[in-house]
Design a protein around this ligand. Structure first.
Ligand SMILES: [Zn+2]
Length: 328
């Protein structure tokens, strides 16, 4: 990662931080707040690199010196990351950090620590941290990350500079996925089902999303033109790709997106389409369908999604759904 790359998604935050780095005016405590997947940890680590790197001439760290390399591999002696131990961040974890830093205080001057999910600090951990923020023994930068700003102690917030990380827009996320080498139709689908870049990247692992999209395309085609095969495909492909309720639910969501595309095609609203590389098939299916039929199909999918959360057998649920979709 470079500041330049991070700048594409968190422009405001990156501008503030890189300006402070260049002017040598970093604050001793930051709170990075924003939803999951907005890059808080990446920016915190990058800030740590710029803080320690002695080879840089701009805000950008060199990524070559021992400090940069040790931070990249996660074992820099003066950069620590604290994460919740179970449900909370405990007082001992903060105390341990203080001891560690004061012990090492002799050999190095600067310190940097990141507290992930800082809102999960117990009251005694937060109070211990407060003392640390007020009386550091060496030049120290603390970066506290949180998804729940209002669950943090006011006394901590008032001593920190708060920077807000905004969620990616669909366009920005599409662009980031494109840079990852993800094809346009897949990126389009991913930005429809999640607004979290990390989750989107997770779904791309081992081409999972590409494969399940193919299963959905095959199944919707069979429901339309070869219903005698649909149960075989369910057995052979659907059940092996969608495991567990969450994945199953995602599969049903993808089915819904197909029928929504079909409805949009029927209405001539092609701007909002998700299956952008399937226009011919959409046109063809829309030609032999009606708005009424598609609306019924979509409500059958909503029903299935609702029933998924109760204790119904998922395979049975899918079989019923496919019959209803086929009848229309
Ligand atoms: Zn460096």
């Amino acid at each position: 990662m470079t500041w330049e790359q991070l700048n594409q998604t968190q422009h405001k935050v990156v501008q503030i931080l890189t300006n402070s780095i260049k002017k040598n005016r970093l604050t001793h405590a930051y709170v990075f707040e924003g939803s999951r997947g907005t890059g808080k940890m990446e920016v915190a680590i990058q800030l740590g690199k710029s803080y320690f790197c002695k080879e840089r001439s701009t805000a950008e760290p060199c990524n070559e010196c021992p400090d940069c390399k040790r931070i990249s591999s996660g074992n820099h002696p003066d950069l620590h990351v604290i994460s919740p131990d179970g449900q909370s961040i405990k007082k001992q974890q903060v105390e341990l950090l203080r001891t560690e830093f004061s012990y090492r205080g002799m050999e190095s001057k600067q310190k940097f620590y990141i507290i992930n999910h800082a809102d999960k600090m117990t009251p005694s951990a937060a109070n211990s941290l407060l003392k640390f923020l007020e009386e550091p023994e060496a030049p120290t930068i603390a970066v506290l990350l949180t998804e729940h700003l209002y669950q943090m102690l006011n006394t901590i917030l008032s001593r920190s500079q708060i920077l807000t990380f905004t969620p990616l827009s669909r366009k920005e996320m599409e662009q980031m996925l494109k840079e990852d080498g993800i094809s346009y139709p897949i990126a389009k689908l991913l930005t429809e089902i999640t607004s979290n870049l990390e989750d989107a990247r997770q779904l791309c692992q081992e081409d999972w999303i590409v494969q399940v999209r193919n299963v959905v395309l095959q199944l919707t085609e069979e429901i339309y033109s070869r219903p005698q095969q649909m149960f075989f495909t369910l057995q052979d492909k659907w059940l092996s790709h969608f495991k567990g309720k969450e994945e199953f639910g995602l599969g049903i969501d993808l089915m819904l997106l197909w029928y929504r595309d079909l409805l949009y095609t029927q209405l001539g609203e092609k701007d909002g389409l998700i299956f952008v590389d399937q226009l011919e098939r959409l046109d063809h299916q829309a030609l032999y369908s009606s708005q009424e039929k598609i609306t019924k199909q979509m409500s059958a999918i909503f029903d299935a999604k609702r029933h998924l959360s109760s204790n119904v057998n998922p395979q049975l649920l899918m079989e019923r759904l496919m019959l209803r979709l086929q009848e229309g």
